[in-house]
Design a binder for this molecule. Sequence first.
Ligand SMILES: Nc1ncnc2c1ncn2[C@@H]1O[C@H](COP(=O)(O)OP(=O)(O)OP(=O)(O)O)[C@@H](O)[C@H]1O
Ligand SMILES: [Mg+2]
Length: 300
Amino acid sequence: MNPPASIDTTAALLAEQNYVADRQLATAVFLALKLRRPLFLEGEPGTGKTEIAKVLAAGLRAELIRLQCYEGLDVNSAAYEWNYARQMLEIRLAEASESARDQLAEGLFTGRFLIERPLLRALLPHAVPPVLLIDELDRTDEPFEAYLLEVLSDFQITIPEWKTIKATEPPVVIITSNRTREIHDAVKRRCIYHWVDYPSAARELEIVRRKVPDAKEALSMQIVAFVQKLRQMDLYKLPGVSETIEWSRALLALDAVALDADTVTNTLGVLLKYQDDVGALTPEVAAKIVADVQAEGIKL
Ligand SMILES: Nc1ncnc2c1ncn2[C@@H]1O[C@H](COP(=O)(O)OP(=O)(O)OP(=O)(O)O)[C@@H](O)[C@H]1O
Ligand SMILES: [Mg+2]
């Protein structure tokens, strides 16, 4: 793989896929590619962590291999599994002949009977090193994190019954976490760490421009200014970039040309997902924010 030559080309590669990165994120991605280190992205929900892996795969023309983490995720689902059913079947078939039995005994724990799961698949040879997305690592438990250490530091997996499989060229690894719990230092130390924050107004406007190109500029500006103001409120769950994009699409579908208190109140469910938060944004509060947005415009 030819990694981008500079931070600017990295930012351009992301922008080509309609991903608007700030300088810090572009630097982190550039370094991860250049130094071949995993990139650890932590941040609020809906701020573009998972998307980075998708756009990198598209931009680098590489396969995206995704490991979605969940509680109880184990090696059998994440790395590899022996195909016991096939082993049993072939043992039965070989029972008749002594030579077949001996041959089978030697080959029972080799690639033929191995089911490759995402981690192992990412280490096998590819024309272009794949992008391995380990999504929402904070959902797994600590034993799994410990298992990951070998993959992350040496790009290899040891299969005790068979052999150690090492990548000839390391995959691009992106790990995301919503920080519902702290990930162990040992994992983070092997990675380049970046905190993905909510975007500035200017960057969020650029994201809306790219993701909802049909929205009128004046409306997009009001949407972004409104969401930026919501993020200063004391809400249980602040809207992420995905909510801004969804809201823009919703308002576009409703043929809105400008924000008004009624439209905001009627479409709050696109922005806020908790009843307490929806309750806090009474029509009066919504009207006040809309008035402020119209008076102040957007601060870029
Ligand atoms: N900087 C950005 N440029 C372009 N699109 C973005 C950006 N940030 C977020 N988005 C868009 O916002 C949406 C949510 O992004 P994504 O799913 O990557 O968030 P996330 O951080 O992984 O969220 P979660 O923690 O909920 O999984 C996607 O549709 C993505 O395209
Ligand atoms: Mg995600």
